[in-house]
Design a protein around this ligand. Structure first.
Ligand code: PGA
Length: 257
């Protein structure tokens, strides 16, 4: 039997503020930075994705803390007459280094499909951003036994050819677990993450596929972080509600101390 690889990707705990927060909320990033000591920095990467008007001040606030700042979406287009959209180079220029793409709220609110997400990812990677592509089934899809098929279809449809372990992160977020307080069992998380890992190795090659970080997202809280983050092939979390308060977010990050 071949030796099992022991090299694992460095975990990432990412906060998605969604359409929440104001300039006063930036103090939470300052407080997070104070708790993110050298020991924790060695073990886990941290990222906060504020709404776009806060990107630049958030990046300024985070300077020197080791916390990365990212966007919640970016356009597939580079610039021009696209009112309301934000280009990947604007995210970069504002001090962002990563961007969330294909979040289920964008898939629902803005009817985003896999092909569009792939185009957005392609543009963001070409600009130099790391993309966090979100996948996940609805409640009805899980109940119909289609969770794995849906996630695998989203993966194949939304990962661009230019992706590798350095510029791609996957977030598995069951839609029914987002903001509901419900979470899948550890066994269900393990099953989906293993399927994602297997497909990533097929799509990107074994070495790259092994090193892509696969985050779990959906009602991650300090009280359930340890259980969810210790599941095989879970390399961190994408945290919504609990990322708005430094105390909760850092309690989740502390899992990796
Ligand atoms: P939640 O959101 O942690 O509030 O469930 C997660 C997400 O949508 O990224």
């Amino acid at each position: 039997m071949p030796a099992k690889s022991t090299v694992k990707p460095k975990p990432l705990v990412a906060g998605n503020w969604k359409m929440n927060g104001a300039r006063a909320s930036l103090n939470e990033i300052t407080v997070m930075g104070l708790a993110y000591d050298a020991d924790l920095r060695r073990n886990v990467d941290l990222l906060i994705c504020p709404p776009s008007p806060l990107l630049y001040p958030a990046a300024t606030t985070a300077l020197g803390t080791g916390i990365a700042i990212g966007g919640q979406d970016s356009s597939e287009k580079i610039s021009g007459a696209h009112t309301g959209d934000v280009s990947p180079s604007m995210v970069l220029d504002a001090g962002g280094s990563m961007v969330i793409l294909g979040h289920s709220e964008r898939r629902t609110d803005h009817n985003e499909k896999d092909t569009l997400i792939e185009h957005k990812a392609c543009a963001a990677i070409a600009t130099g951003l790391v993309v966090i592509i979100c996948v996940g089934e609805t409640r009805a899809e899980r109940e119909a036994g289609r969770a794995l098929a849906v996630v695998r279809r989203q993966l194949r449809g939304s990962i661009p050819r230019s992706a590798n372990a350095q510029n791609l992160v996957i977030a598995y977020e069951p839609v029914w677990a987002i903001g509901t307080g419900l979470t899948p069992t550890a066994a269900d998380v393990a099953e989906v993450h293993l399927a994602i890992r297997t497909d990533l190795k097929k799509l990107l090659g074994k070495q790259q596929g092994e090193m892509v970080r696969i985050l779990y997202g959906g009602s991650v809280k300090p009280s359930n972080a340890k259980e969810l983050l210790s599941v095989d092939n879970v390399n961190g979390a994408l945290v919504g509600g609990a990322s708005l308060k430094a105390a909760d977010f850092m309690a989740i990050a502390e899992t990796y101390r």
